[in-house]
Ligand binder design. Structure first.
Ligand SMILES: Nc1ncnc2c1ncn2[C@@H]1O[C@H](COP(=O)(O)OP(=O)(O)O)[C@@H](O)[C@H]1O
Ligand SMILES: [Mg+2]
Length: 264
């Protein structure tokens, strides 16, 4: 039961899109998945059909407590239709997750999510933790709890740099966060526009920057259906259009890679 922190030190790279759509693809492969929303924007929660302010228990309460196994109390089913809802479970977020940041200096603070998840996610094939676009305390909570990290990279200069900083931060600080074995799982390439020359240029450099075998295929292109399905809080395949099914198949291939890498 691997725990995977999904991040980049850059917003808008498609982290939450990858988290939610990989969860859907894993569910289609009949795996049970837990999504932990560690971004106070709560975009993953909303895209999974959880109404803002609906749940009483969120990652904010879970992290605040930080007690062994307490995350189990905050797990709910997604708001997606069957059979996704049976297989995709969520610990949702709310804006007040921000309040946990000021507690970072308290002894043991970085280990709060790890302790809270301990024993709570044993029954899932994978736990996907959606990180904010930051290397601060919330992302550190996630890295301290995770076994592996997955970067989501848009082929734009700032997004590539953000992914490099995410990777280098892990190399430099995983051990002091109590996660000495934390390793990069790979790089999902996202929001690729074929007609943008700069994208082709960036993609060419990925092998050298990240390691050829670490760059996951296929790349996710920029497609309106990904935004539309996200906006209507629907799994891509259920969204119903042929582009939706096409992109759901792309995420299935990426989920197959994830399954292969972590031995789900
Ligand atoms: N491949 C894609 N094609 C089209 N829109 C996308 C794609 N990936 C993400 N988006 C949209 O772009 C915006 C930013 O993506 P998001 O997943 O929220 O990024 P992040 O979590 O890294 O900030 C969202 O509106 C999302 O729906
Ligand atoms: Mg996000």
């Amino acid at each position: 039961m691997p725990r995977i922190a999904i991040g980049n030190h850059k917003g808008g790279s498609g982290k939450t899109a990858a988290t939610v759509n990989l969860a859907a693809a894993l569910a289609e492969a009949e795996h049970r998945v837990l999504v932990v929303d560690l971004d106070p924007q709560a975009n993953a929660s909303r895209r999974l059909g959880i109404g803002y302010g609906d749940p009483e228990l969120t990652t904010s309460e879970v992290v605040k407590s930080g007690e062994e196994g307490v995350a189990a109390d905050a797990i709910i089913t997604s708001g997606w239709p069957e059979p996704y809802n049976e297989r995709v479970h969520v610990i949702p977020a709310r804006f007040d997750l921000e309040n946990r940041i000021s507690e970072a200096a308290v002894i043991g603070a970085a280990g709060r999510l790890r302790r809270a998840l301990s024993g709570a996610d044993d029954d899932y094939a994978a736990t996907l933790i959606d990180c904010p676009p930051s290397l601060g305390h919330l992302t550190q909570l996630s890295l301290a709890a995770a076994d592996r990290a997955l970067a989501v990279v848009e082929p734009e200069y700032d997004s590539v740099e953000g992914a490099v900083r995410f990777r280098d931060f892990i190399t430099a600080h995983a051990a002091e966060l109590g996660s000495p074995g934390l390793a990069m799982l790979g790089y999902v390439i996202s929001r690729v526009r074929a007609n943008v020359g700069a994208h082709a240029f960036q993609i060419e450099g990925f092998g050298e920057t990240f390691g050829q075998d670490q760059v996951w295929e296929p790349h996710i292109t920029e497609r309106a259906v990904i935004k539309d399905a996200a906006d209507s809080a629907s799994p891509l395949r259920v969204y119903g259009t042929s582009p939706g099914r096409e992109m759901a198949n792309v995420y299935q291939e990426l989920a197959a890679r994830l399954i292969k890498e972590v031995g789900v």
